[in-house]
Design a protein around this ligand. Structure first.
Ligand SMILES: NC(=O)c1ccc[n+]([C@@H]2O[C@H](COP(=O)([O-])OP(=O)(O)OC[C@H]3O[C@@H](n4cnc5c(N)ncnc54)[C@H](OP(=O)(O)O)[C@@H]3O)[C@@H](O)[C@H]2O)c1
Length: 247
């Protein structure tokens, strides 16, 4: 019986839901965070009906006060924190010339500032406990450049290098930070792309496995990093992309 506790951001749908369910299946109590309550409640119901434990906390990861309340709630409810998954993220497909400041700021506020705020809260608790794990959901777009995605690619590149830097700080007190870089997984974030046959054909030609991943394939590796990986593994970004970043 594990009494570990995890916070997963963006846990109402897509990859975050799959990650939360996979972690909960290992008897870890999960705090499900996101802005919309309804999808979070759905994830909670699925976890509970599978025999797991989860609570919902409405959170905007861009807001420091909201993030502080998320971690206070986790602590008040479960008394400890072992795992943080920084999964919440947004994207936009727009060329640089048409990219306005508010869109750029929205992407960085969620993908970078949100990760920073959650990691700082978790890191303070991990330092006090002398252990803890954070996993950041970066992207293959953080390893490669892609036209039309400059803000998103830059934000996910920041995730990769934030992971290296924080891992080096946290190693001093026995906590780890790693990242995963998903390739294409069918979720709401790429719903528009999947409706465009020509664009999809172009995407598939770039993926040696010639398919999208399934959310459980990503959830599996995140759960491994969160719960099983050796402490000596830290600061790394693991691409889960059907080979896309290898060619
Ligand atoms: N799917 C892919 O192919 C793919 C590939 C590479 C990387 N990724 C990354 O994987 C992560 C999950 O994406 P997904 O594909 O599962 O997309 P998704 O289905 O659109 O889910 C995104 C999640 O992030 C949450 N979120 C967004 N802004 C937030 C905020 N300010 N505060 C709290 N939560 C927020 C959303 O919930 P609310 O809107 O309710 O807050 C939602 O649960 C993202 O970081 C994304 O960049 C995905």
């Amino acid at each position: 019986m594990s009494n570990r506790v995890a916070v997963v951001t963006g846990a109402g749908k897509g990859l975050g839901e799959a990650i939360a369910r996979e972690i909960a299946a290992s008897q870890v109590s999960v705090v499900l965070a996101g802005r919309a309550l309804e999808p979070l409640e759905r994830t909670r119901e699925r976890i509970v009906s599978a025999g797991g434990t989860a609570i919902v906390k409405r959170t905007d990861v861009t807001d420091a006060q909201s993030v502080a309340e998320l971690f206070d709630t986790a602590e008040a409810e479960f008394g400890r924190l072992d795992v943080l998954v920084n999964n919440a993220g947004v994207t936009a497909h727009v060329n640089l010339d048409d990219l306005d400041e508010s869109e750029f700021d929205r992407i960085f506020a969620t993908n970078v500032r949100g990760m920073f705020l959650c990691s700082r809260e978790a890191g303070r608790r991990f330092a006090a406990a002398g252990s803890g794990r954070a996993i950041n959901v970066a992207s293959v777009f953080g390893l490669l450049g892609r036209p039309g995605f400059s803000a998103y690619c830059a934000s996910k590149g920041a995730v990769v290098n934030f992971t290296r830097s924080v891992a080096a700080e946290w190693a001093k007190f026995g906590a780890q930070m790693n990242a995963v870089a998903p390739g294409y997984f069918a979720t709401d974030i790429n719903a528009e792309l999947r409706e465009d046959d020509a664009a999809m054909a172009k995407v598939l030609r770039r993926i040696p496995a010639y398919r999208m991943g399934t959310p459980d394939e990503l959830a599996n590796i995140v759960a491994y990093l969160a719960l099983q990986a050796p402490d000596f593994l830290t600061g790394q970004t693991i691409a889960v992309d059907g080979g896309e970043s290898s060619v």
